[in-house]
Design a protein around this ligand. Sequence first.
Ligand code: SF4
Length: 496
Amino acid sequence: MMNNFKMPVILIGNSFKYEIEATLKLFFHENRFAFSDDISNAVGDNYVVACIQNENEISVEIMLNGVSESLSSVIDTSGEAYDDVAEHELCRLIYRILTKRTGIQPPWGLMTGIRPLKKFTALMRSGLSREQIFEALSKKYEITPEKLNIGYITAANQLPILDIIDSGAVSLYVSIPFCPTRCSYCSFVSHSMDSAVKLMPDYVKMLCREIEITGRIVKETNTKIDTIYFGGGTPTSLSAKELQTIMECVAQNFDIAGIREYSVEAGRPDTINVEKLKVIKELGAKRISVNPQTLNDDVLRAIGRNHSGADALKAFELARKVGFDNINTDLIAGLPTETPDSFRNTLDRITELSPESITVHTLTLKRAANLFQNAVENTDNPASEMVRYSIVKLLSENYLPYYMYRQKNTIDNLENIGYARKGFESYYNIFIMDETQTILGVGCAASTKLVYPDGRISRIHNYKFPYEYIRHFDTLMKKKEEINECLKKISFLRQK
Ligand code: SF4
């Protein structure tokens, strides 16, 4: 189907648009859908009709390339909530037809959503055995045995950390949304240093003001800081002096002596030097990331990076020399022009370096990425083979998978997995995916997630662009007054 074609999706007797769209996207990631409740839109060679009649009669018709196929069933709603059962059954029928018609077998079956581990964890907590969990999840979602296995192992490694999350404490995220150049697969609002350089003095000034304001609220409400994470973008795109100013500001405004974890995503190897590494270390961060994504020079060129695989290895060694004993490296499976062999070669060389943690992402193609707009072929990408190799290799090297998330439009509907040596799991990576701890985001493009003691979650998004962040800083701080109210409630409970 053409990229700009909007497939008619007609919902009769239901309004489960979100989940139905997520299920359709398992098969048609680049397509868009035109939802309606008007059956007269069921025309042409491609459309979907998802219907509920008399409360429990479910039927789906899918017309694909001029050939129609239908399935129907009757649901029993005596157990679970009606909406959950009806929605799941509609999606299941759509899934059944589309796996048959397209030949695509999504590895996670019809489980959508970015947090697959939640289902594993809930079943583990209810006391089910491994076999019972596999049976329940394969029956409901048709997940492949391979993914059931890695999901289970990851959830089991994560569970003890989830149990020690302190919901009375908060974490701090410092956003540095700048990079030396834009990678072709990037959909993040990262700004190239060339365009941002003029704004940088003002940006650093405003970011420090926001850190001071946030630090004051944290102090006044007697809130404990649990972890700190500098992310981006590429925080080491800043000069050593700028990094120092921001990190000193964090140290002056937050009690970093008692925190559980302090990470700085150094990120792109071409931005790392001794001076910056020393600043990061001296100002309290113990964990850094050096993220080559691949060591294959052709691939690095294809994604628009200005560094070589050898530069990434040098940056890693430099970080060791400066004294970092907790280094993460990020890799991506499925980058353009990468082959299973070259991916294997990268992963083998990375494991020889023995970083404390390795995160294996799968390429995601979002509309905002240049790669997507240039319509680089996304079919027949061997990402699955690479991910399969990474699981086997990393488990055999004693890396424990401990967090996992999925994103929309990922090649082959695969996942991202964080592996670590025992004791080097990143708490922040787990906290960001879990919904139990408040995360205070400062800086342009950061978002704040306030988790109230009653479980309610409220999100506040900072401006995406540096000039907006600088110009409308006071308006933003007004919007963020809610932080005070939330932290007071958290603190009140903590002291009870
Ligand atoms: S380093 Fe990351 S944030 Fe920066 S351009 Fe590349 S993908 Fe985007």
